[in-house]
Design a protein around this ligand. Structure first.
Ligand code: NAP
Length: 492
């Protein structure tokens, strides 16, 4: 029974799909309100992306003190940019502290969720065949979690260890081994920096070079941590510093217009960094992208240009012909003998809650609604899918700034909508088709003008080539999430 301070207190049952950062956030917020909820998690542990990614060098490129829930600052970070395992620990500790662990059902993938209009409930099917119900579904199933495996001929014939970075193989030889690494996004670049000194040889297969934004990494001392423990305001000072939030504002302002002087400044910083660090003209040519900086998501690094010059690293820019049992054959006939082949080839970014079957009003499938592109009204709600809310859903500012900040703001928005249900003022809440069409029209027009649409291939683009990310500024996002426009919702 809801014991909220919002009025009548109608008992609602909530199903949260996914126990990653966003699902834990929803769980904490629901717990605080005394709501009845269950978090369904497909795996045996919480943590989402931080559980699945364990590759060497994994570091979050949002400053650690900005990559925490606003209500749970964490004095214990070891460095300005935190490593993946520390972040996993943070989420585990936080879930324990806020008492949400008993509400999580592990190994319980939701395979279907079907709207029953007569009873205004969602019927959920779990992987073990169990059926359950909820009045409200919170889809917190993450974005970059379906590995994109490259369609390279012969990959299955490789005799050594070949695996995607989100499925790290602890048995794979790295120390003193001949290692191949395909992919130059944030993941591939971080792996280069972490393993180049351990291997006998690292062949980095690069289809497209990346622009690197220089950042500084440093470790916090025990004295720093003690100061953070004593005075949490010091952590807020980092989170809201001009260094961080000012940069987020400048960055999101810059990306909204690829003709802007601000985006040119970003380009200059990246170019100057490349010029300053890479002297060898051949390597420099290999590492110079032929597209605008920030068109693909910028890679933030403090060491890549130093590490890639280690003689153990060879940047291979030729086309891959095929994988053979003992290595990789290039189109020009060159053969790279390898013990281990790492696939840092990214993720299918258009899946969201799928492959879960989601059927809304009239049995309409989310797959059909998303046939052209995944979309949601202000990234949170979908016409025809009442009482269904997404955290980090399609068209949100994924990749532009801290996903935690995004999810918290989206939760505030969702909380206002479910407040109507909780207070008994409504049975269903859903955005109107007209409002969503208007949103998409404006969003797509703006998206084409963002740096992501300036002419490069990346996971930001949908199947039609339109950038799928939030095309406006940080402040525009904050304002949109502050209060839903109720005239755009059908409330029954
Ligand atoms: P990604 O950015 O999508 O990069 C995939 C890489 O694989 C690209 O270099 C791509 O080349 C290459 N590739 C894909 N298929 C290929 C093929 N068939 N043959 C050769 N190369 C191929 O993936 P990611 O590096 O895993 O990063 C994904 C996102 O996760 C990032 O953009 C970022 O948002 C996030 N991430 C964040 C952090 C962090 O520190 N916060 C760390 C890691 C990842 P092309 O460019 O030519 O397509």
């Amino acid at each position: 029974m809801s014991s909220d301070n919002n009025g009548a207190g109608k008992a609602l049952r909530y199903a949260v799909v996914g126990a990653g950062m966003a699902g834990i956030l929803a769980a904490i917020k629901l717990k605080e309100r005394g709501e009845e909820f269950t978090v369904y998690e497909k795996a045996a542990r919480l943590g989402g992306t931080w559980r699945e990614n364990r590759y060497p060098g994994l570091t979050c490129d949002v400053p650690a003190h900005a990559y925490t829930y606003s209500f749970e600052p964490y004095p214990e970070w070891k460095a300005f940019y935190a490593k993946g395992d520390e972040i996993q620990t943070y989420f585990e500790k936080t879930a324990e502290k806020y008492g949400v662990m008993p509400h999580i059902r592990f190994n319980s993938e939701v395979v279907s969720t079907v709207w029953d209009a007569d009873r205004a409930v969602w019927k959920l099917g779990l992987v073990n065949g169990e059926q359950t119900e909820a009045d409200v579904v919170i889809a917190a199933s993450g974005v970059l979690h379906h590995p994109n495996l490259p369609a390279i001929p012969g990959l299955e014939t490789f005799k050594g260890h070949a695996f995607h970075t989100a499925r790290w193989d602890d048995e794979a030889p790295i120390e003193g081994a001949k290692v191949g690494l395909i992919g130059c996004g944030s993941t591939g670049i971080q792996i280069v920096t972490a393993i180049n000194k351990k291997v006998e040889k690292l062949v980095h297969f690069q289809r497209s070079p990346q622009w690197i934004m220089p950042v500084e990494q440093f470790e916090y001392t025990e004295a720093d941590r003690e100061a953070f423990r004593k005075d949490p305001a010091l952590m807020d000072a980092i989170r809201f510093s001009d260094e961080y939030i000012g940069n987020v504002r400048r960055f999101t302002d810059a990306i909204t217009d690829f003709h802007s002087p601000e985006i040119k400044q970003i380009e200059e910083i990246c170019q100057q960094y490349l010029d300053a660090k890479i002297a060898d003209p051949e390597l420099k040519q290999k590492l110079t992208p032929n597209y605008r900086a920030a068109c693909k998501r910028l890679v933030y690094s403090w060491s890549y240009y130093d590490e890639v010059q280690n003689p153990s690293v060879y940047v291979e820019t030729g086309g891959i012909e095929r994988v053979e049992p003992n290595g990789v054959r290039m189109k020009d006939g060159t053969f790279h003998e390898l013990d281990t082949l790492i696939l840092a080839t990214g993720f299918k970014a258009d899946r969201f809650i799928r492959p879960t079957t989601v059927l809304g009003e009239g049995g309409v499938s989310l797959d059909d609604v998303w046939a052209t592109r995944p979309t949601a009204y202000y990234a949170v709600t979908i016409p025809g899918f009442p009482n269904f809310f997404m955290l980090n859903g399609p068209t949100g500012p994924v990749g532009n700034f801290s996903l935690i900040d995004i999810a918290e703001r989206q939760w505030d928005y969702i909380d206002q909508l479910i407040g109507l249900l909780r207070k008994g003022e409504a049975t269903t809440v859903v955005p109107s088709t007209a409002a969503h069409e208007n949103y998409e029209e404006r969003r797509i027009a703006a998206a084409k003008n963002t740096i992501f649409g300036s002419g490069c291939a990346s996971w930001y683009l949908d199947a039609t080539g339109v950038p799928s990310s939030w095309p406006w500024s940080y402040d525009a996002f904050a304002e949109a999430m502050a209060a839903p426009k109720m005239e755009d919702y059908v409330v029954q």
